[in-house]
Design a protein around this ligand. Structure first.
Ligand code: MG
Length: 362
């Protein structure tokens, strides 16, 4: 089975988040940018992947179209890990982080979708087993920057049956308002590397005192594992969505200060790198993987397959927004705080061609 053709498809799907969209991104965030990777084999099978593309879809698509895809036509499609190593070695001059590895992640997910389809099995069966039929989800609220709006959506998520709610607020006022509204739900706080260490120390102590389940990416830069370790006696720390390849995760896990490593399948290098990270986490008693997944395309489905295969049950990150349309008609959404794992072959579902035609860019 050889790679006959690879297409990249750029989509923009508008969404509403109930706020202003002006929280944590370079400019207002109100659409889901996706670069889909579609690989067709000489046997006629088709696999789908997604490369991380929020605010960088043009660059990711160019890396795929101009640099990566020409290397892959005619290559053996049955060994995604070999393709991953080939690409990482050939692309070493351009950095195995950022745009390059986002693009590579899209290829890798599509190859694993193909491999599972060729075997006639859900992807989970190839990467550890279908260990569970559903996973608990957490409502991952955007940063509203307004305590009242944040508290209102915290209460709404609680009423919808979520047992876990994650905030992206950075002020004590906003986090406190949500803490008052969370009822019996567990609270997580993600500040996207926002705090200098002295502020992080104060906030970590307070968050620990109110029983926060984890504090995510408290400080800058995200590669400073020792800095995060200095906070970890106050509140459990999570981090990793901005790390790429298993190399960085092995170092993060070895540092000992991060309880919840958070590899992101569309950023880290796809399933092939994820498998190495799963192994590293299994070997370390203190590390419990919590895959990062604010996605709505193949990255969403791939994360559910990973969540099914992990030894320890993870929480599934569900970005608490309302997309205008769904790429997969059958997308399993959280119901009473749980998401069902698709049981179909590969990633589980095929994208809806009408949605692709409607939201395609260029
Ligand atoms: Mg995060």
């Amino acid at each position: 089975m050889k790679i006959a053709r690879i297409d990249t498809i750029r989509l923009d799907i508008p969404f509403d988040d109930g706020g202003t969209g002006l929280g944590m991104t370079p400019s207002a965030w109100n659409q889901l940018d996706m670069v889909l990777v579609r690989i067709k084999t000489d046997t006629g099978l088709v696999g789908w992947g997604e490369a991380f593309s929020y605010f960088c879809a043009g660059a990711v698509k160019s890396m795929l179209d101009d640099t990566i895809i020409p290397m892959l036509i005619g290559k053996d499609a049955t060994d995604p890990q070999a393709i991953s190593m080939l690409l990482q070695q050939k692309l070493v001059l351009f950095g195995r982080y950022g745009i390059t590895i986002f693009a590579l992640s899209g290829i890798d997910i599509a190859l694993w979708d193909l491999k599972a389809k060729a075997a006639g099995k859900p992807l989970a069966e190839l990467i550890g087993g279908m260990r569970r039929g559903s996973v608990p989800a957490y409502a991952s609220l955007v940063r509203y920057g307004d305590p009242k709006i944040a508290a209102r959506f915290t209460a709404q998520a609680l009423a919808e049956g979520y047992d876990y709610i994650k905030l992206h607020e950075v002020t004590r006022e906003a986090i406190g308002a949500c803490n008052d509204a969370r009822g019996k739900a567990e609270l997580m706080v993600d500040v996207n590397c926002n705090w200098p260490e002295p502020e992080a120390q104060d906030m970590a102590a307070w968050l620990g005192s109110i029983g926060t389940l984890w504090l995510e990416e408290p400080t800058f830069p995200p590669e400073d594992y020792a800095q995060m370790g200095r906070l970890s006696d106050k509140v459990p720390i999570s981090a990793g969505e901005n790390l790429c390849t298993a190399w960085q995760f092995e170092a993060l896990i070895a540092s000992g200060g991060v309880k919840y490593p958070q590899p992101s399948v569309t950023k880290v290098g796809g399933i092939s790198e994820m498998l190495k990270i799963m192994k590293a986490a299994d070997a370390a008693d203190h590390a419990h993987l919590m895959p990062h997944s604010p996605y709505f395309g193949p990255g969403y489905l791939a994360t559910l397959q990973i969540a099914a295969a992990l030894l320890d049950e993870p929480l599934f990150e569900y970005l608490y927004i309302w997309p205008e349309a769904w790429l997969y008609t059958e997308t399993p959404k959280p119901v009473a705080g749980r998401v069902a794992i698709p049981q179909g072959v590969g990633l589980g579902f095929e994208p809806d061609p009408e949605m692709i035609a409607k939201y395609r860019v260029g």
